[in-house]
Design a protein around this ligand. Sequence first.
Ligand code: HDD
Length: 715
Amino acid sequence: MSPPRRKASNSHVTLKNTMSDNINTLTTQHGVPISDNHNSLKAGPRGPTLMEDFILREKLTHFDHERIPERVVHARGAAAHGYFKVYKPLSLVTSAGFLQDPAAETPVFVRFSTAVGARGSADTVRDVRGFAVKFYTQQGNYDLVGNNMPVFFIQDSIKFPDLVHALKPEPHHEMPQASSAHDTFWDFVSLMPESTHMLMWLMSDRAIPRSYRMMEGFGVHTFRLVNSHGQSTFVKFHWKPKLGLHSMAWDEAEKLAGRDPDFHRRDLWDAIDSGHFPEWELGVQLIDARQEAELNVDLLDATKLIPEELVPILPIGRMVLNRNPDNFFAETEQVAFNPGHLVPGIEFSNDPLLQGRLFSYADSQLSRLGGPNAHALPINRAVCPVHHFQRDGLHQSAGQKGRVAYEPNTLARGSEFRLDGATHGFHSSPDDLQSPKLRQRSASFDDHFSQAKLFWNSQSQAEKAHVVAAFRFDLSKVESTEIRQRMVDNLAHVDMKLASRVAAQLGIHTPDAAAAAGRLGYRHQTMQSELQEAPSLSMVGRYKPDIRTRKVAVLAADGIDMISVKRVIQELTAAGLHCKVIGPHLGHVASATGRTLAADYTFSNTASVMFDAVLIPGGVASADELCRLGSAVHFALEAYKHCKPICAINEGVLLLSALGFSMGMQKETAISVPTPGVVIADSQRALQGQISQAFIAAMLQHRHWDRINLDSVPA
Ligand code: HDD
């Protein structure tokens, strides 16, 4: 059953309809009624169009300018409205108003994105995902502009344009779209060993999330929380998804990019639209001056994380996304995030990557949103009173009144606008900055491999195999053998086995750590860490026993055993799963006794990659027909290859016979699990409830990465 729909609390950011109330009358932009919206004004019915047709010209001019520049990075995204509630007052560490009152709901707007692809690129590409949250607080807007990975490629913002130029499609032919698998990217990162840690994340399953709803989020940089006494604590922000952390298989992600380029966007929209509101818990790692000195990590280095094992995450509140935007352009496209949007009680650290970001976002928005007044767009507007003497500029819509636009003054409110910084206005904590002016990086930033190694050591065998396969895939697309060699030489500093496994398929020499050490861009010092493994860095074990909204494909043809399948569908639906019937054609499939089941999709208009699990019902005739349909066999085998839970009832198992499964294998038992995540059931002997139970148990693990010989599956 769907949860009841909540009334969205953040109605202030609801768009006002600008169309006239009388929608039967079309008008020009200036309100002149239009008599004919089908014919331009011509000199005679077959004559040339007249210049005088101001209605035509206005319509075309506006249309010609409908597109605005896309974001230079993170162009592709999807967003939703919601609210945030803090669990307990955090006055001990911060004076931020929205972190004090557990009864208060702070409206939020959250935009998820890929970083590399253009606005029309596919959702499921291998990439870091943006996770940007705008909190509309009573002390102004606070933006937490993070990613779904806790570290970044570079340490200093001066390298950001180089990174993005290397990563984006190559400029001479603008290929490949939304992919890191090309020469310029690997050329750059192989010369920037500081990227190695982020590369481990990028080549891991974190870069191919199953859903925006199943991703973690990170503020990445260290920020500071400051309380009303001016005491400051370093903080790292973390978002933990209620549905747990899940990814997809790489082959699946690639296929989905073609099957449904909107896969993540649709998933978020559908979940909210059907009342299944995604939720995240906000957590903080708090680090005081004493702990900072003890950590073997420089908190200002954005290529490093603080393992949860060393500094636990303290949950502080909950965010729920409960309303889809009314208009994609007005909200999702025009929203302008900026890590420089802080509220009193939260401050920056000196992280040089963050410091550059503080300039870049507003600057980038000047050209994207066309001027200095983007803050006044409804989606960007603060919910608290705003008062300043900034005036005019392109697209000024404030209608500012009066003769006084300066301070101090005596002609309006007077001259004293200063607030007591310690208790009211935004106040930057005093910092002792007596140091020489120089272009230099701290030596404490020079450890480029310890945390990449920690990440590698913390992965399960299956996750390691995925990382190796991803490096191989990307590097196999790199034409220059020199670049491939340089990259695996760098990887030798992470782990020799990793580097050798990657090198094995790339037609290059054995990785050579010493060669890497002599190359350009190489600065390396190892900081001994007592931590050899951090289980929190692995996705395994982060599965939550919450399978609601996962999609189950039910493969059906005429002659299915209707009694068992209907019962199983009913039980799965009651558990919150979305079952869809795939048939050879639309309309109905019928059982031998004439009972029918409506098909939602056909084998040609959908594919296994659109689903999380597959149910293959029994019935001799149905199974026979499905076995004759190549697309149905492919559906089942591909789901197997992508490690998805599969449940075959009675003769349904025939569809898996290419994999060697048969009913004969489990004569003894009514339900068996011959290989991880594959449930084979004899409905005559199994009670119906048992079938769903066993299938749900398989689904709790989401994907069964430990299946073997997947490369030999013909799909
Ligand atoms: Fe950035 C957009 C996240 C480093 C410059 N960035 C952008 C977005 C996200 C991030 C989520 C999209 C926001 C949205 O949905 O509108 N960026 C990050 C993170 C970084 C990071 C987590 C490192 C920790 N970014 C970074 C640096 C610079 C930029 C170092 C430049 C010095 N980022 C931009 C930008 C964008 C942007 C060019 C593109 C459009 C925009 O800001 O509004 O200014």
